[in-house]
Design a protein around this ligand. Structure first.
Ligand SMILES: Cc1cc2nc3c(=O)[nH]c(=O)nc-3n(C[C@H](O)[C@H](O)[C@H](O)COP(=O)(O)OP(=O)(O)OC[C@H]3O[C@@H](n4cnc5c(N)ncnc54)[C@H](O)[C@@H]3O)c2cc1C
Length: 383
């Protein structure tokens, strides 16, 4: 076993941390208040190489391993959840399916711009009546001559309606399998295709400066070549994409927990009550000790899951465990951290207030905590 980060990972961690502290932290509170997706910080993140991180260099990716991608996501989340969401969704949900399931022509056409951060792609799975129960989706695609005709809608789709969104990989129902279950197929829909409309959703509790959208398909026709992978393989694409995406949600949770812990540590040393810093009261020292311990456990679990993935071993159970555990650790850390800040922790001028809100989705998106427990129990015997 080797618990030491490689020199490459250390350099990456430091450069992303410096960038996040300098370029994102000072803007995060205002962007959150204004519910604004920043194209300037998007461009800066792209220039730093935060898109296409696990994609090979032949498609203009960074050619890194998954540990590297996760460390970078964690460091952005340490200062802001919304920016981390843009990166996690841009890489795992947007770029991932095209890279892993696309044919050569599709990869050459879409990946270089996405990996340079000039475009964003979205992954459309969730529908109004179909969240956890993905098999029940209603969006259909019917082959009519040389075109797929898509009808239906998607909701809560990350990066689906920014000015630089190039399109979506939509999960559609294309028929019924022999066993009676729906046949799911992934289809690429480019922005600007007639019959395809994307609308930004407003009024979110959390990730307020990230982009979330509703997508509508009304007799939307795309060439039959826009099929991603094979007909009927959509379910596998969904599972594969979500396994990877869960690691990035775990990274966001770990980074958020780390950020909340550091805010608590700093504030508790500065805040004096009854003549002493509040950090000197044992009840608070113990809380800090618990936070630090849980963060360490969360990091070990997440990095192990990434290591399994990088070493081409089965990692689905560990990805679900990491997503479940890291998001719940962040929940406990943000709760403690706001408590340390007292009344100030409830005010929007304090970063910890945003961390507290940003946390909640991490127990819901990419499969809720309940769904993670179902996934883990189904494969609990797997080594
Ligand atoms: C900001 C944001 C960004 C998102 N980005 C994307 C995206 O890019 N692409 C995408 O496709 N989706 C995206 N989502 C959707 C997200 O993945 C879903 O919200 C999530 O999967 C849960 O689905 P739901 O909201 O319909 O809840 P439901 O599935 O209706 O669940 C409601 C409650 O019931 C519980 N429940 C459901 N089924 C079971 C069961 N079998 N056993 C026990 N409990 C159960 C759940 O755990 C939950 O507590 C995003 C959501 C948000 C809010």
């Amino acid at each position: 076993m080797d618990f030491v980060l490689s020199t490459e990972h250390e350099v990456l961690k430091k450069s992303v941390r410096d960038f996040a502290e300098k370029e994102i932290k000072p803007l995060a509170i205002e962007l959150d208040k204004r519910e604004e997706f920043s194209y300037d910080t998007m461009k800066a993140m792209a220039n730093l190489g935060l898109f296409g991180m696990f994609v090979s260099e032949e498609y203009d990716g960074q050619g890194m391993d998954y540990v590297g991608y996760i460390i970078a996501t964690e460091e952005i989340a340490r200062v802001d959840g919304s920016h981390a969401a843009t990166i996690a969704a841009g890489n795992s949900l947007g770029i991932g399916p095209i890279y892993y399931y696309g044919n050569e022509e599709q990869k050459r056409k879409y990946l270089p711009k996405a990996c340079r951060g000039e475009t964003l792609w979205a992954f459309g799975l969730t529908e109004t009546h179909t969240g956890s129960d993905t098999g029940n989706m209603q969006t259909t695609a019917v082959l009519d001559g040389d075109e797929w005709v898509i009808n239906g809608s998607k909701i809560f789709i990350s990066n689906g309606s920014t000015d630089i969104t190039a399109g979506v990989v939509a999960l559609t129902k294309t028929g019924t399998r022999d066993d009676g279950r729906p046949e799911l197929t992934s289809i690429i829909v480019e922005r600007g295709t007639p019959g395809f409309e994307a609308k930004t959703m407003h009024g979110k509790l959390m990730w307020r400066s990230s982009n979330t959208s509703e997508l509508y398909f009304a007799d939307c026709r795309v060439p039959k070549e826009n099929l991603l992978g094979l007909i009927g393989h959509g379910f596998d694409h969904m599972l594969g994409t979500l396994d990877g995406a869960r690691l990035s949600i775990a990274a966001m949770s770990l980074g958020g927990a780390q950020g909340a812990f550091e805010l608590a540590l700093k504030y508790s040393k500065e805040r004096v009550q009854s003549g002493k810093p509040i950090s000197s009261f044992q009840v608070n020292t113990f809380k800090l000790a618990d936070m630090a311990t849980e963060i360490e456990c969360a990091r070990l679990l997440l990095y192990k899951a990434c290591w399994l993935r990088d070493n081409e071993q089965s990692f689905g159970k560990h990805a679900a465990m990491a997503k479940l555990y890291c998001s719940e650790v962040m929940g406990r850390c943000v709760n403690h951290s706001v408590q340390f800040h007292g009344g100030y922790g409830l005010m929007k001028e304090y970063d910890v207030e945003r961390f507290y809100r940003d946390h909640k989705l991490l127990e819901i998106g990419e499969g809720t905590s309940e769904v993670q427990r179902i996934v883990i129990s189904r494969i609990i015997d797997e080594v």
